[in-house]
Write a protein that binds this ligand. Structure first.
Ligand SMILES: Nc1nc2c(ncn2[C@@H]2O[C@H](COP(=O)(O)OP(=O)(O)O)[C@@H](O)[C@H]2O)c(=O)[nH]1
Ligand SMILES: [Mg+2]
Length: 694
């Protein structure tokens, strides 16, 4: 392969709804770009792009796969991104490393949810777009309908470059009003001449708007030359003022060559300096048959050559690129050099994980990372057989290093491993990989909720620990009072029926690791307990707060006053006061109006207006408290405070409620008491599970 400079490179990410034909288009582009000499199909499971076992099994893209085409002396790097929100991580890589998007629209479906999502992402990531209306050969292809829907969705950015002369199974003609040719090289048939002329005029008027000089010329002469149209178009595309629309059938290889040519002429080239210090950014990492670990990168700066020594600027680790390749899916061609702006891969790197920079030693170059969306789906995971737990941990670590949208963490509090991802299908894909690639059987289930416990009233309790075992005995007695840790410090309480003034001798306020606090006051008079035993009593209380008396959850926001007790001159030891402190606390807690608190999340749902009612009532059924309602370009934005306990599988439910057209975010807000009936049930469940453990 020849070496390409940035001006001869175009990087595009294919976007669009699932099944709009992105992978098929990539295959045809490869074919037209002479990278392959035979086209595979989704049905035959032999496309260059969907080569992963899981992709073949599902007959759809799950990961972003880079391919390329060489055409008219230029190179187009194409990232075939998955269309569904469950696998959106791959598209995020595309937004980071591609200067352009090609939005594939299915003419049999019109504007789909996935199309709208892609348009939203393009806005968010300021990605210039070219629109390819595909499936024009499909039985149900309807150009008028597709065109109408596109005009509505793209608004003033809509700009027709082509129109089909027929659609459906016999589709075989495209008029191009930029080249003024029919099917690339032929004269436009007479019957379409007027329509072509009209569309060309609209095109010229539109592109004149993008540049003052062109506008002047257009006013003077009433037209623009081919070259001027192209230059205006390039400006409009780059500034995202226009989304040019072209017509294709990826499957029948109609219009694809012209789409490549259009991309070369009009899409944005990477801006990068091949003479600067070398630096590359790894946007994807994968384990592949026969190769091992493959790191896919974009050269961000300078020229990357095989044998080059680089470093990871974050760790200082050195890394030699023993070989580099140009990649088209499974096809990897060794090359000597790749220049700034180009795509490639390397194998078996030590620092080869996704989202890593490797740059010239000492250059300090470190490129912005891909900012993945926060996970939307959480579940607990465990190995079916206990002995596999360690292997499972290693497998998950590998999977999440390749796919950073898979997040794995062990929760000490819940004693569960929590697996999070973009959606239920995403998590199921992880399950499949763990099963098939690592040979482990696993179970996925609802994660426990991190409840908290606290008290609402004042209560006192005392406990005497006494043990006579042969020689030395154990003795400790603690009297204490508990109350909620809120408001001013109170020192006067009714104790045993009389008003008692407590004298605080020493105090300690502890910020608990799990949130909230414990305040501890020593108010013992007359040396009833030695000062030296106070830490033991405190330890006993803290131990009990780790496993709250109601449900075994962390306790928080409690004041404890130790106001009396007893010692024994010989048998009083630390252990005795730990036990006495723990039990006195438990007893007092039990009668102090204990409450279970649950985590509440701020949930924000963005949904097409038509589903607003359904989404709202579903949130209410989840005990959600609705907040203010907003709107944004036809979408409703609903905000609600919802208990975490009610949010398991929410992404799946929301998706089915709205045909996949809504998105949401969730963020921890605070802890609130659970309703009485739920508290009763949680306490009963905990008591039952404790019995089981005995
Ligand atoms: N009739 C027709 N079918 C197509 C076309 N492009 C793709 N398909 C079919 O549509 C389905 C989805 O295609 P695929 O390339 O996997 O879509 P992707 O999900 O966007 O990558 C497959 O069955 C393809 O054979 C096309 O231009 N015309
Ligand atoms: Mg695909």
């Amino acid at each position: 392969m020849k070496e390409y400079s940035a001006k001869d490179i175009r990087n595009v990410v294919l976007l669009g709804a699932t099944k709009s034909g992105k992978t098929t288009l990539a295959e045809t582009m490869l074919f037209e770009g002479k990278v392959i000499d035979r086209r595979g199909t989704i049905e035959d499971k032999n496309t260059v792009s969907d080569f992963d076992d899981l992709e073949k099994l599902n007959q759809r893209s799950i990961y972003a796969t880079p391919v390329y085409a060489e055409f008219q002396g230029k190179k187009i790097n194409i990232l075939d991104a998955p269309g569904s929100d469950d696998f959106i991580g791959g598209a995020y890589a595309g937004f980071r490393v591609c200067e352009n998007g090609i939005l594939v629209v299915n003419a049999q479906q019109g504007i789909e949810v996935g199309t709208r999502n892609a348009l939203r992402y393009a806005d968010q990531y300021k990605l210039p777009l070219i629109v390819a209306v595909n499936h024009l050969d499909g039985e149900k292809a309807d150009w008028d309908l597709a065109q109408h829907a596109l005009k509505e969705a793209l608004g003033s950015k809509y700009l027709a470059i082509q129109f089909p002369t027929n659609t459906g199974v016999g589709f075989d003609g495209v008029v191009d009003v930029l080249t003024m040719k029919y099917n690339d090289t032929q004269e436009i048939p007479a019957e379409f001449a007027d329509r072509a002329e009209e569309a060309r005029q609209a095109l010229i008027e539109k592109v004149a708007e993008f540049d003052d000089a062109l506008m002047e010329k257009f006013f003077d002469e009433g037209t623009l030359s081919e070259e001027e149209i192209l230059s205006g178009l390039a400006i409009g595309i780059k500034n995202r003022e226009v989304y040019p629309v072209l017509c294709i059938s990826g499957k029948k290889d109609i219009g694809v060559k012209r789409l490549l040519e259009f991309t070369i002429n009009s899409a944005v080239a990477p801006e990068a300096d091949e003479k600067a210090a070398a630096g590359l950014f790894i946007y994807k990492n994968n384990v592949e048959h026969h190769l091992g670990e493959v790191s896919y990168f974009k050269v961000m700066s300078g020229t990357v050559t095989s044998g080059l020594d680089l470093e990871n600027p974050e760790t200082g680790d050195k890394e030699r690129l023993s070989a580099i390749y140009a990649v088209a899916g499974t096809k990897k061609e060794p090359v000597q050099a790749l220049k700034a702006g180009d795509f490639g891969c390397a194998v078996k790197l030590k620092n080869g994980k996704s989202n890593t920079t490797l740059s010239a030693i000492g250059s300090g170059l470190n490129f912005d990372k891909i900012q993945y969306p926060a996970p939307k789906y959480r579940c607990a995971i465990k190995a079916k057989v206990q002995q596999d737990e360690q292997k499972l941990g290693e497998a998950l670590k590998k999977i999440s290093a390749q796919d950073p949208t898979v997040v794995v963490e062990y929760s000490k509090e819940l004693r569960q491993t929590i697996l999070s991802g973009n959606g239920e299908q995403h998590i199921n894909a992880v399950k499949w990989r763990v099963n098939n690639e690592f040979g482990l059987e696993i179970e996925l289930f609802a994660p426990k909720v991190p409840y908290r416990e606290t008290i609402t009233k004042v209560a006192t309790a005392q406990y005497r620990h006494k043990k006579q075992s042969g020689g030395a005995g154990q003795f400790g007695e603690v009297h204490l009072l508990v109350c909620p840790a809120e408001g001013e410090l109170r020192t006067k309480f009714p104790i045993d029926g009389k008003d008692t003034q407590l004298n605080v001798k020493t105090s300690e306020s502890i910020d608990l690791e799990w949130g909230g606090k414990l305040e501890f006051y020593n108010c013992v008079v007359g040396g009833a307990i030695d000062l030296g035993f106070m830490p033991a009593i405190l330890k006993g209380i803290k131990d009990r707060m780790v496993e709250g008396p109601l449900t075994g959850s962390y306790a928080r926001d409690i004041r404890v006053y130790v106001y009396d007790g007893k010692m024994h001159p010989v048998d009083s030891k630390e252990i005795a006061f730990i036990i006495a402190g723990r039990n006195a606390f438990k007893e007092a807690f039990r009668i102090a109006g204990p409450k279970i608190l649950e985590p509440i999340y701020n949930v924000e749902v963005t949904t097409p207006g038509e589903y607003q009612g359904a989404v709202m009532s579903d949130l209410q059924n989840r005990r959600g408290i609705l907040g203010d309602l907003g709107s944004d370009e036809g979408f409703s934005i609903l905000r609600a405070r919802v208990p975490l306990a009610e949010l398991y599988r929410y992404s799946t439910v929301l998706s089915s409620l709205t045909s996949g057209s809504a998105s949401f975010t969730m963020e921890f807000a605070d802890y609130q008491p659970v309703p009485g009936d739920i508290q009763t049930k949680l306490i009963a469940d905990y008591a039952a599970s404790e019995k089981e453990d005995e």
